[in-house]
Design a protein. Structure first.
Length: 155
């Protein structure tokens, strides 16, 4: 399952929005119908997880936590309790609950960003704040991609 690209959209007065058809096609091809919505842990955006991806995330987190450690229990509880199950209607729309719109600072204009196995939803005006400028991005990517590679000989 690979969600790629970014698509601008608008919520209606009730907070409903159409899931872009390119993303719906990916979901249909994977046989995934259930979706989970959660506020991102680090950014002011929302994240849509196909149920199988969400379940993998929960299993991974649970495997790293001790059920008999109070802090670990609080972490897991917060991670799994701050979610909303989404259902697409016959037209491919879903409702973003008001509290999630407020958490992400979304009014009407939004941007869907495909993040591989998840989809982010950003307030249209906030998405650029999360991006690096071209030079910073190039240097950061070069740094990551050249880690653990032997130096090139200049002989």
């Amino acid at each position: 399952m690979r969600f790629l690209g970014n698509i601008e959209a608008k919520t209606d007065a009730k907070g409903r929005v159409f899931l872009p058809s390119t993303f719906r096609k990916v979901l249909q091809a994977s046989g995934s119908e259930s979706l989970v919505l959660r506020k991102d842990i680090f950014q002011d955006c929302l994240v849509i997880y196909p149920e199988s991806v969400w379940n993998d995330q929960m299993d991974t987190l649970r495997s790293k936590l001790n059920r008999y450690n109070a802090q670990h229990q609080r972490i897991f509880r917060q991670f799994v309790s701050e979610v909303e199950l989404l259902t697409l209607d016959g037209n491919g729309r879903f409702l973003i609950p008001k509290r999630y719109l407020q958490m992400a600072g979304i009014s009407q204009n939004i941007k869907f960003i495909g993040m591989g196995d998840t989809i982010e939803i950003w307030a249209g005006e906030k998405v650029n704040e999360s991006q690096m400028d071209s030079e910073e991005f190039g240097l950061a990517l070069e740094n990551i991609m050249t880690q653990d590679q032997p130096p090139v000989s200049t002989i």
